[in-house]
Design a protein. Sequence first.
Length: 198
Amino acid sequence: MFTLSQFPLPYAYGALAPYMSPETLELHHGKHLATYIKNLNDLIENTPYESVELYEIIKSSAADKQNPNAQKIYNNAAQIFNHDFFFKGMCNDCNGQIPSEIANAFGSADEFKKQFKNAATSLFGSGYTWLVRDGEDLKIINMQNADTPIAYNMVPLLNLDVWEHAYYVDYQNRRADFIDNYLEHLVDWGQVAENLKQ
Ligand code: MN
């Protein structure tokens, strides 16, 4: 059994305003994430997944061809991980320095932001734009829907949720403005630097 209290926001609902409103965070954390948790609990009840760590549920369900519910289990488990990672990767205008390893990998901090924005803007439909370490390389990748890099042995460093529920209350159809504010004001680069040590 997973509970929302295992995945707390590290700040108050109002902490990311005006770039992300309390209404958005309350819906996104208190309703969307809570629903993925409830769905996963319902799906894994009385199955071998019931007493397994979230990370292992994601890895196992991604490879599970026997269980007809495996895709649903994967989607909901991955969404719990993806959201917790997203929420814990933000703060309000703190830690503004992009780690030099990232700037160097992409040419400059501005070039990284440009490439990340291009990817996030071009993601068709629902999903996430990720910065990952894949082997030795840092890569910006788009993944559709709930898909998550930890299922592919990539190390997640940063993710931006571009499902409409992540921004529609605050930005309506203006996804590009959401991405700009995210990159300029919301990324916790100190957390990204910690993730780079993994
Ligand atoms: Mn979301």
